[in-house]
Design a binder for this molecule. Sequence first.
Ligand SMILES: Nc1ncnc2c1ncn2[C@@H]1O[C@H](COP(=O)(O)OP(=O)(O)OP(=O)(O)O)[C@@H](O)[C@H]1O
Length: 243
Amino acid sequence: MITFKGLVAGYGRAGDILRGVDFAVAEGSITCIVGPNGAGKSTVLKTCSGLLRPRKGQILLGSQDIGGLTPAAILRLGVVQVPQHHGLFPTLTVRENVQLGAYVNRRQRERNRARYEEIAQIFPLIAERANDRAASLSGGQRRTVEFARALMLNPGVVLLDEPSLGLDPKACRQLASSVKALNQQGVTVLIVEQNVRFGLSMADNGVVLEGGRVLHTSGAAELLADPDMGALFFGGTTRETQP
Ligand SMILES: Nc1ncnc2c1ncn2[C@@H]1O[C@H](COP(=O)(O)OP(=O)(O)OP(=O)(O)O)[C@@H](O)[C@H]1O
């Protein structure tokens, strides 16, 4: 369980972007943050992975406050952020890219080998394309390799920032099944998505962020079905951007 309590954060000397964010991510769930451009969605993820230090408030992982810890310390506690794009080394093979996920533990060779084999079982693509260069993969396949790499450290929580960015509908379907596969491994997933309908359709719970505050939280299906939400916050996109 991750709990954001009164989280305030921003950049440099500019004012606060997050202005007291409160919500909880249930253990083992997929939770999707949606909201207009500039609402602060990505900023929530950056504070959670340690890229940005909170100015006030707490980010509780279980009972431990991880707000303000270094990215390396947060990674060691099992919270992994998948970068928005350009996450793979195109000239390395799929296997090499996945194995790089355990770089911080590179001396534990046996454990890493065993973990890689487990991951190749979870994502058939990894086994099928192990020796192909990442450059030869489609956009959706690359996203799968990025998720597989995130799993190398056996994380409890994976943070995904706009995973559908630049993907066509077929790749989005592949992405959704990879997110489910991650989650079925017991991983708690926190997603930020511009594509509201797509994001909520993968999720158990939805969080609406606007102007650096949480406006609404509910079950994702409930949020998707709420006509007021679609019209008011997403310009009707809950209906129009189905992949
Ligand atoms: N590194 C940064 N330095 C200064 N301001 C930033 C930085 N990153 C983001 N911001 C500003 O913080 C605000 C919130 O950005 P954030 O990326 O969290 O929004 P978002 O809800 O994810 O929206 P979007 O989908 O447009 O990225 C924006 O006004 C943005 O310009």
